[in-house]
Design a protein around this ligand. Sequence first.
Ligand code: 7TS
Length: 410
Amino acid sequence: MTSTAGYDVERIRSQFPILQRELKGKPLVYFDNAATSQKPQVVIDALVEYYSMYNANIHRGIHTLAEEATAAYEATREAVRAFIGAPSTEEIIFTRGTTEGINLVAYSWGRANILEGDEIIISSLEHHSNIVPWQMLAAEKGAVLKVIPINAHGEILLEEYYKLLNPRTKLVSVVHASNSLGVINPVKVIIDAAHAVGAVVMIDGAQSTVHLDINVQELDCDFFAFSGHKLYAPTGVGALYGKRELLEAMPPFHGGGEMIKEVRFDGTTYNDLPYKFEAGTPNIADTVAMKAALEFINGIGKENIRRHENDLLQYGTEQLRQIPGIQIKGDVAEKVSVISFVAEGIHPQDLGVLLDQQGIAVRTGSHCTMPLMQCLNITGTTRASFAAYNTKEEIDRLVAGLHKAIKILR
Ligand code: 7TS
């Protein structure tokens, strides 16, 4: 057994049906967890149970099934609140994921608060979903989008960030942990400095929420978005946290049922938080199952998972550093369990295809961070990202697979 003392990785693996699968005649090695994680049986069961036992539309029916579905949906809201340390469930809005959470803020808060000449700051590390909504907003409003530079390791240059801040800065939106490199940003420092000039701060927690302890009150961020599917929950569900006073002052994002108190042809009054931002029938089943995913993580203990993932990260980094011609990008101390690398003279996609032929799933390309790739002067990387169920044996298979692929491609 190669797992960290007390961490029963085989027991954890046995809860993920997909890990029994063979790919190209070999046991699947799934190292694309930063894109989406696999789902444990408890999450799959929660979906089946919902549809088998209490499928109904929520918040509207007075019949038993509707009450049960509503209770389960709202129980997830409480589980999310606790998971990210938010003060109240009114401040937790269910979304389709991080992308929708950021767009909600850009459309609702942004269009109400950003004026011509105002400045929005993002970082060089952002995923496209934390770039494009702000570009669209800036273009519409005549606002200015500024970008915090990074060094060659992918670390934010804080001194340069401080120089960008000024009284015209209205919003700072940065990623907590980079999906492409794994680098963890010093978000607390970034948030405090933004607040000092009166700016609002949004944190993209897509990659951090599964790996790091999140407490939005300690961070003091104004908005925080994450996706369920990266933390063992189904696709199509996530959450946005926002500070109550901001959410209350914001206009709705989508109009429709559920988000209203009263509708008349001569005017409509909007519902209270969080329903004001949840128009229409939501993704009930996947939201209900997200609670099972959060309980799965809490059951193992985030700290235990983190220790295990850090072991994998350290082991994998040491192994990959020994392969001639391989260079790790974002090779810094403060990282989540992502190893992104380039192999001299080899296109990442070719490497990905040859690894796939050996049953190893990695992600290749720009990882939806094209501007970051431009900053690093590369077109893309090969990325291996680890989850609670990965093992050192799997990393050994990656290393062997890389040797084999490099021999073929060189
Ligand atoms: N922000 C970051 C940092 C991300 O990693 C992702 C998805 C998103 C936002 C968007 O999340 P979504 O759930 O709304 O799509 N990242 C990746 C990835 O690295 N590979 O595939 C998706």
